[in-house]
Design a protein around this ligand. Structure first.
Ligand code: ME8
Length: 475
């Protein structure tokens, strides 16, 4: 049988600001899942990137006193640096400003929608929120302001192209209801189904081109540029060569999973399937929708000054400490809170005293008492662990690993190998060899979650030597 393919995407992030811990969460969760699928010997493609053709960039670049493209390049370098520091194993980083990689496919997709009769011109008046990059209804405003961004939307009256999304309401609803397009978790599925119940409105899909606007020209009409969400969503197929060189597209589309946050569910579960249906393309198999990380009980925001910068945590604690925290202590389904104090106490408890101490205890015993390295064998992953990862529940998978760490710690305390080795050296050695084998089995489970640490531990086992201090205690 041909090996299974697995195509996973993250959202493409806006480079108007630096990435914060929320963006890191989406990306680390995705990375753990793809690493697991690679270890299952599947053919994996992992896509991430930057969403650049947005009005936010024009504004941010102007504030920074830089030309937009220079501004974008610097920000994208920052994204890539962060992803390298988080050990993110993406196959491709797409930039929607890339005229060779992204634009031909975005324009081809537009043409498909037009050929299907789903694009039409209309005079439109509405309230546009740049923060959302979307029109809001007056019902959504509080005191005339967008409740999420705290800004007054612009009243815009212009002629735009519209996408006939309303036409696809019942088809999308059916696909989601019957699980052909799975929306996980159930609460998000219900949320989108009730939205579909009300019926979808057609959406404005272009904006008039102005002197300062950036964006992909609408095919056959240079006076308009594509609406940023129409442009951005198409990245999931243009990255694979749609409209350019369709080899990867044929191999990997449809996506096995789009990982997204709850804020962009509507775009991914309504507009995107609508576009694909209109173009006659298969729908993604799964949308995995995670909750939000809050800081001190509040949404992270520049104005509140409570944004948690992953770079600071990485400098202080290292790559795998940040991966560990995000993997285990943030629930993928609910909003989760993080504070600096909480991070430190978990670091000391679970990593310094937990995993780090265990690896050091076992390998000190092995180095002192065994004549050479213990031969370790591959142990298949237990079902509890694979089940959790198949469902994207990296927190449960990590709980399982820490359960095993606790058991191994307990076994050392109960069997007292440091005493046994004196009273009965043969039995003592055999016990220590067992402990090394069990450490190796735990280490294998760590590979997708903490790849750097996992490598250090297996190298120590192979060399029969105590590893360097993996997680120094923080006072
Ligand atoms: O929406 N907690 O980009 P974006 C958890 N460009 N995750 C969070 C988060 C938080 N507090 N804040 C952000 C866009 N995220 C569009 C997407 S896709 C075709 C276009 C994560 O930079 C989460 O994944 O605003 C959320 O969906 C995404 O960042 C939004 O990133």
């Amino acid at each position: 049988m041909a090996e299974k393919k697995f195509f996973l995407t993250t959202p493409i992030f806006y480079p108007n600001a630096n990435l914060h811990l929320g963006h890191a969460y989406t990306t680390v969760l995705s990375d753990i899942v793809v690493r697991y699928h690679r270890l299952q010997k599947e053919r994996v493609y992992f896509l991430t990137g930057a969403d650049e053709n947005t009005q936010k960039i024009v504004i941010a670049a102007r504030e920074a006193g830089k030309p937009p493209q220079k501004f974008l390049d610097a920000r994208v370098e920052g994204f890539k640096k962060l992803f390298a520091d988080l050990n993110i194993s993406y196959n491709q980083f797409i930039r929607t400003s890339d005229k060779e990689v992204h634009w031909p496919g975005a324009q081809k997709l537009w043409q498909k929608l037009a050929e299907a009769g789903d694009i039409y011109k209309k005079e439109y008046e509405g309230l546009y929120c740049v923060g959302h990059e979307a029109f809001l209804t007056s019902k959504e405003l509080i005191n005339g302001k967008c409740p999420e961004h705290g800004t007054s939307p612009e009243r815009i009256k212009e002629e735009n192209y519209f996408f006939r999304l309303s036409k696809y309401t019942s088809e999308i609803k059916k696909r989601i209801e019957f699980g052909e397009l799975r929306v996980i978790p159930e609460t998000r599925k219900n949320e989108i189904l009730s939205l579909l119940e009300e019926g979808l409105q057609d959406v404005s899909f272009s904006r008039p081109k102005t002197a300062s606007s950036i964006g992909i020209p609408v095919p056959d009409d240079d006076s308009q540029v594509m609406y940023v969400w129409c442009d951005a969503l198409s990245n999931y197929i243009t990255a694979l060569g749609y409209g350019r060189d369709e080899k990867l597209f044929a191999e990997f589309w449809p996506a096995d999973v789009h990982v997204i946050g709850k804020d962009i569910l509507r775009f991914h579960a309504a507009i995107w399937p609508g576009m694909l249906l209109s173009a006659g393309l298969p729908l993604p198999k799964t949308l995995f929708v995670h909750g939000f990380i809050t800081s001190g009980g509040k949404k992270m925001s520049k104005t509140l000054g409570n944004v948690i910068d992953p770079t600071e945590l990485l400098q202080e604690y290292g790559t795998d400490a940040v991966r560990y925290y995000l993997a285990r202590h943030v629930s993928p389904f609910e909003d989760g809170d993080i504070t600096h104090e909480g991070f430190k106490s978990i670091y000391n408890g679970d990593l310094a005293n937990g995993l780090g101490n265990l690896a050091s205890r076992v390998m000190t015993l092995a180095q002192t008492h065994l004549p050479g390295p213990v031969k370790v064998e591959f142990v298949p992953y237990p079902k509890e662990f694979t089940d959790a990862l198949e469902k994207f529940e990296v927190n449960r998978a990590t709980d399982y690993v820490w359960g095993r760490i606790g058991e191994l710690d307990k076994k050392i305390t109960e069997t007292e190998p440091f005493k046994l080795i004196k009273t009965d050296p043969e039995k003592g050695k055999s016990l220590i060899s067992d402990l090394v084998r069990e450490l190796a089995a735990v280490d294998l489970l760590l590979e997708p979650i903490l790849p750097g640490t996992s490598k250090k531990i297996i190298e120590a086992i192979i060399a029969n030597k105590k590893p360097e201090n993996l997680f120094p205690r923080k006072e």
